[in-house]
Design a protein around this ligand. Structure first.
Ligand code: UDX
Length: 440
């Protein structure tokens, strides 16, 4: 095998390209954003992802990993081309395939021999077929006939642990109708084959479906426990024990049963909406997925309403907010519950002192509309000075071991809203806090 090209140096492309080079393969990452490519060449990583930087550094040093804006040269010199460009939501929630189409057509324009074109972007079911059609159309325009195969190879990377997820996947899904392409993919993932990672070999449509069905199921699981937590609060049950006992049932499993202020991020919100929308186009209703989307919106609002219910009139009240990113170990605020919660509370008159270990830069533009109500602090304790309540929105590890005596001294009132259940109600109440968790 020659080199591998990865087109798109966003989250998925950069992690995949870097980790593949760390498997000992020669990889060239392509992006049309010149500034980004220039800084990557200098070793500056545009995203916050633990463990990624040393991998990029190491493989750039050994010249296994390169960055370029020259798609032509990348296509000509590589046998395997990953498409990992963005598929932002269109107005109706479906995935916009403009960038995927552009790249597919460009690949066809520069093709000079057999290529395996691998789709890593999350794309509507049927896109693999379309990619084939686009390439065939362009080849026909050129009057050229090269052999090629299309593969769907969805990613299951979680932000914050993407490097681990890429190198230790639960499974690798390879969708293709070509034995030849399958053999090439086995070469690409040779390291994982040797590690006895399970491989699911299937057709393109099934691979595309696996990605959406997995994400929708996980989103549904989180939403389910969120709703159970809401009910727990009314009947005196403790959701943590409920979730723990449920999780002991091997058919259910313990993961993704942590209640919170709703899921966010770049995948679940976008993929659940796109999945439901896609099904509708075929006349099929994914009612559980549709309900999940709605319930998650409600969940974000409920968190804000709970705070308002307890504190009463919010005008003139200052809230200490810990965590803004949609989850820990990332600076990503896409669809973060914090955006809805802060906006909702701001409307009711609250002001905020906030701290997140990494997300301030993104928060400053995502929360621009209420910037006059927000003070960004240097650490946890600064947020609490003169605040009427503490709200933990994101469960960064460093918030799990707060100096609670100091917290109590700093807060004007000992109201403690723990939207991620990282503290125990009983302990907190015995320390004199007015504690509100989720479903405790
Ligand atoms: C997800 C999928 O896990 C990954 O496989 C896919 O490729 C991309 O989408 P990611 O968005 O990085 O990954 O985050 P994840 O860790 O899955 O969490 C998603 C959201 O659910 C977060 O907002 C998180 O806070 C929330 N969540 C997760 C809960 O509220 N409770 C849980 O028990 C688990």
């Amino acid at each position: 095998m020659n080199r591998i090209a990865v087109v798109g140096t966003g989250y998925v492309g950069l992690v995949s390209g870097s980790c593949l080079s760390d498997f000992g393969l020669n990889v060239i990452c392509v992006d049309k954003d010149e500034e980004k490519i220039e800084s990557l060449k200098r070793g500056v990583i545009p995203i916050f992802e633990p463990g990624l930087e040393p991998i990029v550094e190491r493989n750039v040093y050994y010249k296994r990993l390169e960055f370029t804006t020259d798609l032509r040269q990348a296509v000509e010199s590589c046998d395997v081309i990953f498409i990992a460009v963005g598929t932002p939501p269109a107005d109706d929630g479906s995935a916009d395939l403009t960038y995927v189409e552009q790249v597919a057509r460009d690949i066809a324009r520069y093709m000079n021999g057999y290529k395996v074109i691998v789709n890593k972007s999350t794309v509507p079911i049927g896109t693999g077929k379309k990619v084939k059609e686009w390439i065939n159309e362009e080849l026909a325009k050129r009057g050229a006939s090269f052999e090629f195969d299309v593969v769907s190879n969805p990613e299951f990377l979680r932000e914050g642990s993407a490097v681990h997820d890429f190198t230790h996947p639960d499974r690798v899904v390879i969708g293709t109708d070509s034995e030849r392409a399958l053999e090439v993919m086995k070469q690409v993932y040779r390291v994982l084959y040797l590690n006895e990672t399970p491989f699911v070999e299937t057709n393109i449509e099934t691979a595309e479906m696996i990605k959406y069905a997995s994400n929708a199921f996980l989103a549904m699981k989180v939403t389910f426990i969120n709703e159970v937590a809401n009910l727990c609060e009314h009947v005196g049950a403790n959701v943590q024990d409920v979730a723990r006992a449920m999780g002991m049932d091997g058919r259910i499993g313990p993961k993704f049963l942590h209640p919170g202020p709703g899921y966010g991020g770049s995948c679940f919100p976008k993929d659940t909406r796109a999945f439901a929308e896609m099904a509708r186009k075929f006349g099929v209703t994914l009612s559980l997925v549709e309900q999940t989307v709605e319930a998650n919106e409600r969940q974000k609002l409920l968190a804000a309403q709970k705070i308002e219910r307890v504190l009463g009139d919010l005008s003139g009240k200052q809230l200490a907010v810990l965590g803004l990113a949609f989850k820990p170990n990332t600076d990503d605020m896409r669809e973060a519950p914090s955006i809805t919660i802060l906006n909702e509370l701001a409307q009711k008159g609250a002001t905020f002192k906030v701290y997140d270990p990494t997300a301030h830069r993104e928060a400053k533009w995502r929360l621009k509309n209420i910037e006059d109500r927000i003070i960004y602090c240097q650490n946890e304790y600064e947020t609490m000075e003169g605040s009427d309540a503490l709200v933990i929105i994101t469960e960064w590890n460093q918030f799990r071991s707060l100096d609670l005596n100091r917290v109590k001294e700093l807060l004007r009132q000992p109201y403690f809203f723990d939207l991620r259940n990282i503290y125990k109600k009983k302990d907190m109440e015995s320390r004199g806090f007015k504690y509100f968790g989720m479903g405790q």
